[in-house]
Design a protein around this ligand. Structure first.
Ligand SMILES: [Zn+2]
Ligand SMILES: [Zn+2]
Ligand SMILES: [Zn+2]
Ligand SMILES: [Zn+2]
Ligand SMILES: [Zn+2]
Ligand SMILES: [Zn+2]
Length: 242
């Protein structure tokens, strides 16, 4: 009467019915139906049904047409957002291959617990606050992304300048080595020499300042007649010398 057939889709779960409960292989055309109506593969027949535990009293080979009907039924992927349609395949391989590689397969982030599609995994790992990343100073620890800046600010492997950097020590240290560097006799000696040089420089600077100061004062007390009319010019040249 009605020629328009509703398209019937096998649910992927239906494929599980075609899997032997004992060896987990797809039953295929060599499966048997036991007296309790469960299906196993030929090589897995035992006295007791592996699915329900009933005593097996008889078994018949699955009718040859059964699998060709089942495997040619259209199936569609049930992952949210996936539009894949296909068939089970003779041994269930078509569907399982798709399910293995489906980019819409739900993926759960182990770090923050959110469930997303597999296709979003990489992007999420770039952004997840709880995703564990290695310390930027390569100290070997992995910490949630949101805690990394705090860790980095205290990390023993953070590069720090020597405390005597201002006077010229160019050593770059890990924070953990700062104390060793400061208390090492060879470095103590070098730091002292750098301090001495600094004192020397400061002294030289001070005495030239003092000399200029005296010079400027002397020029200011010079009589007006010796140079031009105003005081402006001598003062200017003093400032330039400085
Ligand atoms: Zn089996
Ligand atoms: Zn059974
Ligand atoms: Zn899919
Ligand atoms: Zn996450
Ligand atoms: Zn670190
Ligand atoms: Zn130093």
């Amino acid at each position: 009467m009605n020629s328009a057939k509703t398209k019937y889709f096998l649910q992927p779960d239906a494929a599980k019915l075609c899997v032997c409960p004992l060896c987990d292989n797809f039953l295929g055309p060599s499966g048997v139906i036991l007296s309790c109506q469960h299906m196993v593969c030929q090589s897995c027949i035992q006295d007791i049904c592996p699915a329900c535990g009933d005593k097996v009293t008889s078994s018949i080979t699955i009718p040859s047409g059964f699998f060709s009907v089942v495997v040619s039924k259209p199936v569609k992927c049930t992952h949210p957002g996936c539009s894949w349609q296909g068939t089970l395949g003779m041994h269930g391989e078509q569907l399982t291959q798709h399910l293995d590689h489906c980019m819409f397969k739900p993926w759960k982030c182990n770090d923050c617990g959110i469930v997303l599609a597999t296709s979003e995994q990489l992007q999420h790992q770039e952004e997840c606050d709880m995703f564990k990343i290695p310390c930027r100073y390569e100290c070997g620890v992995h910490i949630p992304r949101q805690e990394e800046p705090n860790h980095a600010s205290k990390c023993d492997w953070a590069p720090v300048p020597c405390e005597f950097e201002q006077v010229g020590c160019k050593h770059h240290l890990h924070r953990k080595d700062q104390n060793d560097h400061a208390t090492n006799p060879a470095h103590i000696h070098r730091h002292m020499l750098l301090l001495l040089q600094e004192i020397q420089r400061l002294r030289t600077g001070l005495s030239s300042l003092a000399a200029n100061f005296t010079h400027a004062n002397q020029e200011n007390v010079e009589p007006k007649s010796s140079r031009g009319k105003g005081r402006g010019r001598p003062r200017k040249s003093t400032l330039q010398e400085l």
